[in-house]
Design a protein around this ligand. Sequence first.
Ligand code: SF4
Ligand code: SF4
Length: 352
Amino acid sequence: MTARSAPETYQLVPTRLQERLANGTTRCHLCLWRCKLGHGQRGFCQAHVNRSGTLYNLSYGILSSIEVGSIEGKPVRHYRSGSQVMSVGSYGCNFRCGGCHNLEISWGTAALDDLARGESTAAYVTPQELVAAAQRHGAEGIAFTYSEPAVWLEYVLDVSELAQAQGLYTVYVSNSFVTDEALTLMAPQVDVLCSDIKSLDDDFYKAICPVARVEQVLTSIETAARLGIHVETRTNIIPGKNDDPVMLRGIAEWIRDHLGADSPWHITKFFPAYKLSHIAATPSETLWRAHDMARAAGLTNVYVYDDKGCDCATENLPVDAYLDQDAQALHAVKKCAAECCGDEGILLKKYE
Ligand code: SF4
Ligand code: SF4
């Protein structure tokens, strides 16, 4: 599906990277979970559902958050410095980080259940409306963030195509647990990848995503760079979890050797949240020690954020504030507008 054929009103759209298997099962190839799903089942992210042998994205055009700010806040420092970017997010993520600050939107379980039942009143915004909103608010780019954008790649691609045609850049803020196929699809239209390197320890990744391995994440980041996407990386240092100096030096060396000595590395502060509420915020010395080690290892662009953690959406204005649309219409109950269910009615009502 391209921007030109994006639905005018909410409906499920076919998942862009799906493989039809025997007996009506499908495999999703958007992220490295590669979920295998039977009729009525949703993937780990909860945002894709198999309906009678076809996989659909439930969250196309559904926005949880919008914010306008400088590109440096993503954080991205070596691309269009000083420009304003409109950040948007939906619901659903392919990780379950214990210290996530965006739980309601990242895991998004309640919001996605409402969509699946046909009871959601979340805002539906077409790619055209989103690009127009960004331009109205003086943004020169659009950033997909707040949770892993691969889980609504259908929308990311349509918006990016349109944004590019209008002269806007796009930023993809990611955990990089993403397939090569998804990166290949997005590379012609996505300008910047800001990716986490959370750790070099497989056990760290296993705790937030049982099937994820460090090597997969690093390979994905390297692939994005090879495909011509401008890449910057970020590590949120959590005391006792990923603050081992040897490991942090290893991240700096990996960036130097695989992305280049001048590739930016952003070191952010952890703030207590959710399952990690008992862990204190990262001490300044830890952040600066990592900085100094990275510089000693030869990285030339290392940035420390002593007052900033994740790219969170907690203090955003409501999405309505950015959209030139009637609030009642924007929040009308979302029923799938497709007619593929025939006499049995609306697709969403059939979710099991
Ligand atoms: S995007 Fe969602 S459904 Fe697709 S593989 Fe990833 S977790 Fe599974
Ligand atoms: S911290 Fe990021 S990757 Fe982890 S669950 Fe939250 S949004 Fe997803």
